[in-house]
Design a protein around this ligand. Structure first.
Ligand code: UD1
Length: 401
C-alpha cells in the first residue's frame, strides 16, 4: 500500500514549521500531494522528490504568507497552510478551501481555534486573513470531532511555548502520525489518539526524517474491491487495527477475513449477506469508505443500509451506481440499498475521490464494460491505481486524462 494521503498532506505542511530540511518517506504520488507542493513552492518552500516515494522539504526560505487562490481552492487540506504560517510567520492569508463536494465542510472550528490562540481574524474576498504577533497557548474544545481542526491547531500551537490543550480532539491515525512527526521535530505532543491532545511548542523546531503510515483508506478500498469481485486478495503493508471497523463489517457480510503478520487477506467462499453500517469518527467505520462499501452492497441481494453521520453530501455516488442498475434510495442521512444479482457496466462519473473509487469497484464487479469519466478525481487520492488493479488481474485501461 502507498503511504497515507491524509497523513502526508499534514506532515508535509508540518515540515515547513521548521527553518530546516526534512525528508519524508512513503509519500503517495497523487494529485492532492502535488497540488500542496505547488502551494508551498509559491511561499518559498523547496519540495523535491529525491526517491520514488521520498520527498525532501526545505523550508529555510519560507517568506510568503499568502497562499494562491486557484491551487488552494482545489483541496481542503490546503487550509493546514494557515496553521503553519501563523506559527511560523505570525501571519497567514489563505483562501477558504474547496475540495470534494461532499458537504458544506466549513472551517469555522479551525478559525475559532486560531482565535483562541490569539489570532486576529478577518475573512474577506474568499480569504481567511489571520495575524498574531505572538500566538498564546489556550485550551480549546473542538466543537465536533474534526480531524482537520485537530491537525491544524496542533500545527498552529507547535511553536508556542507552554501547553495548548485540545479537547474533543479527533483520534484518527493520521492525527497520531502528525503528532509523532511534530514530536520528532521537537514539540512535545501528548495524548494523540485520545480525545485530549496537549501541545507544548518550541521555536527551536528542527527538520527530521520520517516515514508516513500506510493508507488505511486505500487499503480498505482494495479489500472491498476484493470482496465485491468475490476474489481472494492479500493486502500487504497495512496496519490492520486501522481498518478494524471495516473488517468487522466485511465479516458480518460473510467475507472471510484473515489478519496476519503479512497483511490482511479477504476471500469470498459463499453467498454474501446484506449489512447495516453507520459511519463514525475513528475508530468507527470511515466515511471515506462509505461509497466503496455501498458499491459492494449494491450487488448483495437483500436490503442493506448505510447511515452517513459525517458529511451530508456524501451521496453523489448514488445516481451513478443507479446507472449501473443499482437499486439505492436515499432517505435523509441513510442510503437504503436493495441489492441486485449483478450490476451492469455503464458510462459513469467519478464525482469525488471516494465516489470514483466506488465506480471502480462497481465496474470491476459488473457485467460488461464501465467507462468512468472525471478520473482526475481518482488521481487526487489514489497512487498508481490502474497498475495495482492490473496486478490483481483486473482489466483497467486509461483512455484519456
Ligand atoms: C478529513 C479527511 C477526509 C475525511 C474526514 C473525516 C483530509 C484531507 N481529509 O477531512 O478525507 O473524510 O477527515 O474522517 O484529511 N466541520 C465543521 N467545521 C469545521 C471543520 C469540520 O463543521 O471547521 C465538520 C465537517 O463539515 C464534518 C465534520 O466536522 O461534518 C468532520 O470534518 P473533519 O474531520 O474536519 O474532516 P476533514 O478534516 O475536512
Amino acid at each position: 500500500m502507498a503511504g497515507a494521503k491524509n497523513s502526508s498532506l499534514a506532515i508535509i505542511v508540518a515540515a515547513a514549521l521548521a527553518e530546516d530540511r526534512s525528508v519524508i518517506e512513503n509519500v503517495p504520488h497523487c494529485r492532492d500531494v502535488q497540488t500542496l507542493l505547488e502551494i508551498l513552492r509559491t511561499l518559498g518552500v523547496g519540495a523535491e522528490w529525491t526517491g520514488p516515494d521520498r520527498l525532501e522539504v526545505d523550508a529555510r526560505r519560507l517568506t510568503g504568507h499568502t497562499a494562491p487562490h486557484d491551487l488552494s481552492r482545489q483541496m481542503r487540506a490546503s487550509f493546514y497552510v494557515a496553521g503553519m504560517l501563523l506559527a511560523r510567520l505570525g501571519r497567514a492569508e489563505v483562501p477558504l478551501p474547496g475540495g470534494c463536494v461532499i458537504g458544506s465542510r466549513p472551517v469555522d472550528f479551525h478559525i475559532r481555534g486560531f482565535e483562541a490562540l490569539g489570532t486576529r481574524v478577518a475573512t474577506e474576498h474568499g480569504y481567511f486573513k489571520g495575524q498574531a504577533d505572538q500566538l498564546r497557548p489556550a485550551t480549546y474544545y473542538v466543537p465536533r470531532s474534526s480531524m482537520g481542526t485537530t491537525i491544524n491547531l496542533m500545527l498552529a500551537a507547535s511553536r508556542t511555548a507552554d501547553v495548548t490543550v485540545l479537547q474533543n480532539a479527533a483520534r484518527e491515525p493520521e492525527v497520531v502520525d502528525t503528532a509523532v512527526f511534530l514530536s520528532l521535530m521537537g514539540a512535545r505532543v501528548r495524548g494523540a489518539g485520545t480525545s485530549t491532545v496537549t501541545v507544548e511548542g518550541t521555536q527551536a523546531l528542527r527538520g527530521v526524517t520520517y516515514t508516513v503510515i500506510p493508507d488505511r483508506i486505500e487499503a480498505g478500498t482494495y479489500l472491498i474491491a476484493a470482496a465485491a469481485t468475490r476474489g481472494d486478495v492479500l493486502v500487504e503493508d497495512l496496519i490492520s487495527e486501522h481498518v478494524t471497523a471495516l473488517l468487522t463489517k466485511l465479516g458480518d457480510a460473510g467475507v472471510t477475513v484473515e489478519s496476519g503478520p503479512s497483511g490482511v487477506r479477504v476471500k469470498v467462499d459463499g453467498e454474501l449477506r446484506p449489512v447495516d453500517v453507520d459511519t463514525a469518527p475513528y475508530p468507527g467505520f470511515a466515511t471515506d469508505l462509505h461509497p466503496q462499501f455501498a458499491a459492494m452492497l449494491a450487488a448483495v441481494p437483500g436490503r442493506s443500509a448505510i447511515r452517513e453521520t459525517i458529511f451530508e453530501r456524501r451521496f453523489g455516488y448514488v445516481d451513478e451506481l443507479r446507472r449501473m442498475g443499482a437499486d439505492i434510495r436515499v432517505d435523509g442521512d441513510t442510503a437504503i440499498i436493495t441489492g441486485v444479482q449483478r450490476l451492469s457496466g455503464a458510462p459513469v462519473e467519478a464525482v469525488d475521490i471516494r465516489a470514483g473509487a466506488a465506480m471502480v469497484i462497481a465496474g470491476l464487479a459488473a457485467q460488461g464494460e464501465t467507462q468512468i469519466s472525471n478520473v482526475e478525481n481518482l488521481d487526487r487520492g489514489y497512487d498508481r491505481l490502474e497498475e495495482k488493479l492490473t496486478g490483481l488481474g483486473a482489466t483497467v485501461r486509461r483512455v484519456r486524462g
